[in-house]
Design a protein around this ligand. Structure first.
Ligand SMILES: [Zn+2]
Length: 328
């Protein structure tokens, strides 16, 4: 069991020579997010920017550094990583680098006013009750206001070199998620976390099998076997390959529970989310639960362990019994 790190907000903490961590508070979820500062020849690279909701004391943070921040790198477009990008760019004067695919999705989700409506409609198709979908719609509009991403960043691609760090594509938690790797050190974003596991959800207009993508990304991390991995939340991962394998096993187990939830007939993503995560969840948590149930259901479809039924108004899933047994 990893010991629990005391999180010191905002003040940069040195993890090893040339790698600093800045922890910013979050109002919800894990309650904090880690950003990283990587020393390079011309100055520092800031990785991720926190949520735009809280004022981040960038002046104080920058004053603690022995050189300028010369670029900002975004691992993925979720609010707690990209939401503070505009403010960070203003405070540092540095350009923002973001994956090409990730930025496309960032703009589609946070840069357009119709996204909350589209996601609410999509959840209705997956069995979410209208009252819950409406609440999601409202909270979606409120949330979008706090995401101040940087428009028109410099695009980066997997395989690029950023200040001597190699850019790795690790889709799953987000389709366009990127990590940085150099000399055994992985800056993992939300690809590899401990003690929590990253949410793997299916969303509209996203890649069709995010859990399949994620399991491949975990395989990539296990093969790479970094010496250490620094993630966006929680603790430093001192044995990244072991952690990657443990998270893959966790999803294998959840796939089994998802398949079991299909016993006895067609079920919607919402039905399965009740089975996996219980009934007592506030709407915002239900949204993650349904998206997570759907990523597992779609993975089961790819594996031939379930089938998807669509009638234009709703989507449900039916389990396929091993050995051709159709009913229990
Ligand atoms: Zn995150």
């Amino acid at each position: 069991m990893a010991h629990r790190t005391e999180h010191t907000f905002a003040r940069p903490v040195e993890l090893e020579p040339g790698v600093l961590r800045v922890t910013l508070p979050l109002p919800t979820g894990p309650r904090h997010v880690h950003c990283y500062l990587l020393r390079g020849d011309e100055g520092w690279t800031l990785v991720d920017t926190g949520l735009g909701l809280m004022e981040t004391p960038w002046e104080e943070i920058l004053a603690a550094l022995d050189g300028p921040v010369v670029r900002i790198f975004i691992t993925h477009m979720h609010p707690d990583h990209v939401g503070g990008a505009e403010a960070a760019a203003e405070a540092t004067g540095a350009p923002v680098l973001q994956g090409r695919l990730d930025y496309l999705q960032c703009e589609r989700v946070w840069g357009s006013s119709d996204w909350p409506r589209r996601i609410a409609d999509w959840f209705l198709v997956h069995g979410v009750p209208p009252e819950t979908a409406e609440e999601l719609l409202e909270s979606g509009h409120v949330f979008a206001d706090f995401v101040r991403f940087a428009w028109n960043p410099q695009p980066v691609e997997p395989g690029d070199d950023v200040a001597g760090w190699r850019v790795l594509a690790t889709p799953g938690h987000a389709d366009g998620h990127l990590c940085l790797y150099r000399d055994g050190v992985l800056i993992a974003g939300d690809t590899l976390l401990t003690p929590i596991t990253p949410a793997i959800g299916l969303y509209p207009d996203s890649r069709p099998d995010p859990l399949g993508d994620y399991v491949s990304s975990l395989g990539l991390v296990a093969d790479l076997a970094p010496r250490v991995s620094y993630g966006g939340h929680g603790e430093t991962v001192s044995e990244p390959a072991d952690r990657a394998n443990a998270i893959a096993a966790h999803h294998e187990d959840r796939l089994g529970r998802t398949q079991a939830a299909l016993d006895g007939g067609p079920r919607s993503g919402y039905d399965v989310s009740l089975e996996l995560f219980g009934r007592a969840l506030p709407p915002i948590q239900r949204r993650f639960a349904v998206a997570e149930a759907l990523s597992h259901l779609e993975r089961l479809v790819v594996l031939g362990r379930a089938s998807r039924n669509e009638d234009g108004r709703s989507v449900t899933y039916t389990g396929s019994q091993p050995g051709g047994r159709e009913t229990a």
